[in-house]
Design a protein around this ligand. Sequence first.
Ligand code: PLP
Length: 396
Amino acid sequence: MLSKLAQNANPSATLSINTRAKQLEKQGNDVVKFTVGEPDFDTPENIKQAAHRALQAGRTKYAPAAGVLPLRKALSEKFKRDNGLDYDTDQIIVSNGAKQALYLMMLCLLEEGDDALLPAPFWGSYKAQVKTCHANPVPIDCTSSPDLGLTPELLEDAITEDSKLLVLNSPCNPSGAVLDEETLRSIMDVALENDLWVISDEVYEHLLYDDATHTSPAGFSDEAYSRVITINSFSKTYAMTGWRVGYAAGPEEVIHAAGCLQGNLTSAPNTPAQHAAIEALEGEQDSVSDMREAFRQRRDLLMELLEDVPRVSCPTPRGAFYAFLNVEDVLGDTYFGDEVNTSEEMAESLLQNVSMAVVPGSAFGTDGYIRLSYVVGDETIEKGAERLTEFVHGAE
Ligand code: PLP
């Protein structure tokens, strides 16, 4: 008999819809896919070359559990340069992607029965990870705020004596919301007054548009510095999703414990990939701004086209590469013979009837929305807007 945890485990919603989209493609359908959360660009050449050099130099052995020292040194510099944060190498752990860094931090901070506050919409894996720690994911509904981002008032209302941890994610997957510094400071005041730990997931920090700026809450005060774990990754900034290199920084006690856990769970992240990550940080950064500019143009195109799609609306995302569409007005009708009452049913019907793959808002704790990743070419964006319009017009 499997454990209860294993019995309740589900595949990620994004992956399962993507698999179904690929099956339909194999059957000859021209499916437009807005599902995946990874840059469509290849990893920059200088980073690939650095991996080559690491392999040629025989860097093929186990790394220290917390990651190779030269990478942790380069990350310490990165935190100073980009985030104004002073972390020494003992306060930094490199992991198999931000995903594992997040999970390690939850394992370090959550006891069975603790509540972890997740501003919704949230990235679905937070919920699954909290549950895996035998703790309770507690969504904070942020749909009343214009850009769907957390406010100090919403946080205040959600806190109870069981609240232990708050997970912040700015820029946000799936909404693209970016918390400005003033709001973030007020949120942190509430969190600290209530003795919460804060995980700040900053994996999209370099994907900002218009006048949006990124702020790391760990830098607000000594108290904030002692209660915030900063999470980041090479995946999105450097188009390195498959390399699996992410990291966490925070109080030494927490990072040390995470290193002990990681040592036993996975030994350490992949050694040559860590050496390539050093080049990502220290080599030329033009590719980062080039990719950002490409995403900005695609966002602008998508937002322009969505204006003409009836019955949907979307706050303009100021970061990451997702648009989170409010489809409440679409739900409750029949389309192409399908009754569509939930975002899941809408995603299913979109796939079946107009060959468009999107992720339902329910995967992010927020029904009534669908997520579109705009890491696709202009032609796909144009087709997507056409098919969404066709779908909405298909109401009977
Ligand atoms: N955090 C957020 C908000 C994400 O969207 C993702 C990936 O989609 C991750 C973390 C995980 O990134 P990584 O590839 O570094 O594990």
